[in-house]
Structure formats: C-alpha cells, structure tokens
Design a protein around this ligand. Structure first.
Ligand SMILES: O=C(O)CCC(=O)C(=O)O
Length: 325
C-alpha cells in the first residue's frame, strides 16, 4: 500500500520542465501582445514593458526605394492626389521651395498599389499579428519627409500620442510601424519616445507655441520626462503602442529625412464618439478639412472607415458602415 501511494505521488508529480511551463503560464499575464510564433518571449516582454520594439534591417531596400520613387512622383505632380492628404512644411510654404523640398508628409495611401506594398510587407505584418492579433486592417498611412532648410520649430514633431487622432478602441489592439527610409539620427531628426508611457492614459493635446504645421498637436508640460532617442539605419523598423509618447527632432542637415509608417488596428476595434472629449479638437479640425475638400456631411468615424484597408484576416466591427455614432 505504502509503495502504491509513493508510486502514485511520483507519477502525479510534474517533472521540472512541466513545472517551469506551468509556472510561466500562471504568472505571465500579457496585456499588449498575443501568443504567437513571430515574437520571442524576450521581445514580448520588452514590448509589454516599454510599449515599443525595434527590429533592425526588417524592410527590403528595394521596397523602400520604390516607395521613395513613388513619393517623388507625388511631389512632382505626376500622380493624381485627389484621394490623398498632401501636407507642406509651413515654414517653407512662402519660399521658392517646391516638391520634395516643400512636401513634408503624404497620408492615406492604402489604395496606392506601390506604397501599399510597404503596408502589406509580410515580415512586418507577422510582427503586427503578434501584437494585435490575426485580423488586421491598415487604418492610417504616412510617408514623412523632413526637407532641409525648414525652421527648427517646424521641422520637429512635438511629443504626442497617436491615439489622440483615432476614434477607435481598444488601444492595445492598435500598433504603429515606422521604418527609416535612410539613416536617421539626432542630426536629421530621429524619433524619440518615452518608454513605458503606453501604460498611462490619453492626454490633452494642443498646438505647442511656434508649431504651425497642420495637425501637429502635442502634449504640453512634459519636457521633464526621460526620453530615448531611436537612431536607425535604412530598413530598421520600430513598432509602438498608440499611447506611447513620442516625437522627432528637427532636421539640421542639408539632406532629407524620410520615414514610412502605417497604423494597424484589429478589425474588431470599435468606434467611439469623441465629441466633447479630449479628442474634440482633432475631430473638429479633421472635419473642417473634409468640408474644405467638399465633404461637409462626413462623420469622423466614416473618414477612418473609408480610408482603411484590410491587410490580413476577416473584416470586423471596424468595417461596419451601418453604425451611427
Ligand atoms: O516621422 C516623424 O518625424 C514623426 C512622425 C509622427 O510621429 C507622426 O506623424 O505621428
């Protein structure tokens, strides 16, 4: 009898590796990433803790060069830009700067076949899937150019959280990719961010003094927070949570600084009414822009739905055009 009990208790006792696994399963609670094959535990832990993660040499140079050439075609007026948002550096607007020397951002290129190749680039979407899940829509796209000769205050991008611009939730089912199209460092305006700030809440954004670029809102009074600069080589890519406080420095060189970026959301993100909230100012500004382009009756959620494009998986609440907020 005694022997029988001893044998049974030995049999029921998990071995060491099972114990480690059980321990891991019970103590590790992931909030900001998904169980997935594309991120190691170390990479997940880093993202969970800091709200961002950098992958070196992720995006092919040929693809980035194709995107750059397409951008130059937009700058040179060779492509119809009616469905795109083209932004100009405000400090250069009244100079003789033209094209690539003036345009500091193009947005909303989900339906441009050349630029969409970046958004759909498989190694990048695999990482996105590990963060927000397998049903993925591209909600926002930007190619950001910092031309030379811009005023310092205009060339920098103030500290902000991307969620400020988005009327959809939850935040942990949204992630940005941002890829350097050439070497970026402190001299030409690399990204900087506040690690761990994704654990906070959405803050009030407004135009900082001396900022004139359209919709370059920032959070004021946080200059004391410790930031990390992210110098990168061409092809390096950072993924970051939409509550991460970030910005970029001015381009102080005689060259350009280009980066390309997409915001991905799980297709089951849902829309929220931001009227009367901290996001009221950005909603008003975007609706005013839409009105000036001839869309006086469009709603904020409708703008986001129309410009989005599914990248992987099934459609969800994001694609529900019947909802009235
Ligand atoms: O590329 C940059 O300089 C920063 C862009 C950025 O953070 C944004 O447009 O939201």
């Amino acid at each position: 009898m005694c022997n029988f009990i001893h044998c049974m208790s030995r049999l029921l006792q998990p071995n060491k590796s099972v114990l480690i696994l059980l321990n891991k399963m019970s103590t590790k609670k992931y909030k900001y990433t998904k169980d997935n094959v594309y991120l190691t535990d170390e990479q997940r832990d880093f993202y969970e803790e800091n709200g961002y993660i950098v992958f070196r040499n992720l995006v092919d140079f040929d693809l980035l060069d194709e995107c750059k050439n397409r951008f130059l075609e937009y700058c040179d007026g060779k492509v119809n830009t009616v469905h795109m948002t083209i932004m100009r550096d405000m400090s250069l607007k009244h100079t003789d700067a033209k094209g690539e020397f003036l345009i500091n951002k193009i947005q909303d290129f989900n339906y441009d076949d050349a630029l969409f190749k970046y958004v759909a680039f498989k190694p990048m979407v695999d990482i996105v899937q590990s963060i927000i899940g397998s049903n993925i829509t591209s909600a926002h796209t930007m190619l950001i150019n910092k031309p030379p000769n811009s005023k310092e205050d205009t060339s920098r991008h103030p500290l902000h959280q991307d969620l400020h611009y988005f009327p959809f939730r939850p935040a942990e089912l949204i992630v940005a990719s941002w890829t350097a199209m050439e070497k970026v460092d402190e001299k030409n305006g690399c990204l900087f961010l506040v690690p761990g700030s994704h654990k906070g809440t959405l803050l009030k954004h407004e135009y900082p003094p001396n900022v004139t670029n359209v919709a370059y809102h920032g959070v004021l009074g946080l200059e004391h927070l410790p930031t990390v600069n992210l110098p990168m080589e061409k092809g390096d890519t950072v993924f970051f949570h939409p509550l991460v406080l970030h910005g970029s420095g001015p381009n102080l060189t005689k060259g350009f600084r280009k980066a390309i970026s997409a915001h991905y959301a799980n297709t089951n993100c849902y829309f929220v009414n931001v009227t009367g909230t901290l996001q009221d100012n950005v909603e008003k500004e975007i609706l005013k822009m839409a009105k000036s382009k001839g869309y006086p009756n469009v709603t904020f959620d409708m703008i986001w739905k129309v410009k989005s494009r599914i990248v992987r998986g099934e459609p969800g609440k994001f694609q529900n055009f019947d909802s009235q907020l």
